[in-house]
Design a protein around this ligand. Sequence first.
Ligand SMILES: *Cc1c(COP(=O)(O)O)cnc(C)c1O
Length: 340
Amino acid sequence: MIDLRSDTVVKPTPAMRAAMAAAEVGDDVFGEDPTVIALEERVAALFGHEAGLYCSSGTQTNQIAIKVHTQPGDELIGEDGMHIYRYEGGGIMATSGCSVKFVQNDRGRFTAEAVADAINNAADNYVARTRMVNIENTHNRGGGAVWELKEVHRIRTLCDQHGLALHLDGARIFNAMVVDGQEPKAWGKPFHSISVCLSKGLGAPVGSVLLGPKPFIHEARRVRKRIGGGMRQVGIIAAAGTYALDHHLGRLHEDHARASTLAKAIAELPYVEQVAPADTNIVVFRLKDPQGTNTLLTHLRAANIIALPFGIGTIRMVTHMEIDDASIQRTIETMNRYRP
Ligand SMILES: *Cc1c(COP(=O)(O)O)cnc(C)c1O
């Protein structure tokens, strides 16, 4: 089976399982799990933030951040493809009671000017209070598009002028840094809070870390407990995250190279309208026939290849640790054989 639906499908390797089995643990709700504490401190230090909070998912880290940054009735600025809006169960509205304002964007990336235009006048009581800006890097719906740090700093300057929090949904921030060559501390600097996933390209079975200043993380810990996210001997799974940071960071570029090979081949197919530039490990392409998604996915399935439908006539394929060169070749051959 060649599973290209997501980089979340990766199973823990035997060595990762061994690290999990050997993890030193304690009751993390009592603040006594040494493996969790070490992981939180490690990721925080890596990005130059004061503190970290280990959570069950990227949805949880993002939604906790929104909850802590906002009050009900506030408004958040982002774009209409952002994960926190589309794929997190309506949490912005349900958990935080906030509205959203979308800005024009290029594959999920937007400018400081677009943000400036979307900030409500704080003196006008007709409108919601704008409270935060969300940036997603790499951008999932944008086909793994990578932000420019320079633009982020321009947005941060604007946030400072208007008292807005700037949050990074960095589910795949490590993939972004493979491309832009920046250090984690450089990406840590402009953001008030950051969500980092260990369960995507890094290959841990569970886990995301929320980063920010100590008072922010203190409050985030309360929100996590309130929604039932306090876990006990959780070093068992945190150890997988530590293992992933030790062993799987250095191989992300291989996923990018394979995605690039795949995207180039897909671009040549007569039935494909357009392929988004595959900057990282995500390939998003659109078929000439907007109704053609299911028949192509069925053709792939018959060859034991799974991809993800991603909107009208659009399909997503993601490379990861379990996709090797042979998997890519077999996928390309299978797609070459397809006649719509
Ligand atoms: C996967 C992902 C998340 C978090 O998803 P979980 O499945 O809740 O861990 C957040 N943002 C983006 C961009 C993602 O791709």
